[in-house]
Design a protein around this ligand. Sequence first.
Ligand code: QAP
Ligand code: CO
Length: 173
Amino acid sequence: MKLTIVEYPDKRLRLKSKEVKNFDKKLHDLLDSMYPIMMNTNGIGLAAIQVAQAIRVLILNIPDEEGEQHQENLLEIINPVISKRAGETVYQEGCLSVPQFYEDIKRHATLTLNYQDREGNTKNLEADGLLAIAIQHEMDHLEGILFIDKLSYARRKKFEKEYKRMQKERKAS
Ligand code: QAP
Ligand code: CO
């Protein structure tokens, strides 16, 4: 499956992703294709809508203490629901669909996640740190929400201006 990353301001990023009902080969092919594109673009998280598939699927590969990503730490998360959330944390986020832009975003510090794996098995996960942040960021994608939507009016205006200038430069080169 050949995939490319959908970038802001593409309207497809605003779609609400649909629940996965069939845990079939098509889903497995999508998951298998999402992993290399995330790794090749230096991502730690990717939602299916970022590769133009509006279904409730996301993958995460959080780096270890040495900052290295290992395939055995890959999480494939389908139909996620947060059942508990607590605390507050701020982290400088980025997004593969909003290249070259990073801003501090406030999230819950810890959460409990219910989800399904690629076979449709029900799973539970307690998350904190970068994993908890990444889960919230990727789950926002399932609702058509981007991290830039959480900026103040002034910061968002600054972003729109910088991003437009950067896109012009990228087209020119
Ligand atoms: C979401 O983001 C996230 O601008 C995943 O040029 C962000 O993988 C989770 C990336 C922060 C937790 C904390 C962004 C790569 C990757 C860029 C990413 C870029 C190259 C973003
Ligand atoms: Co993102």
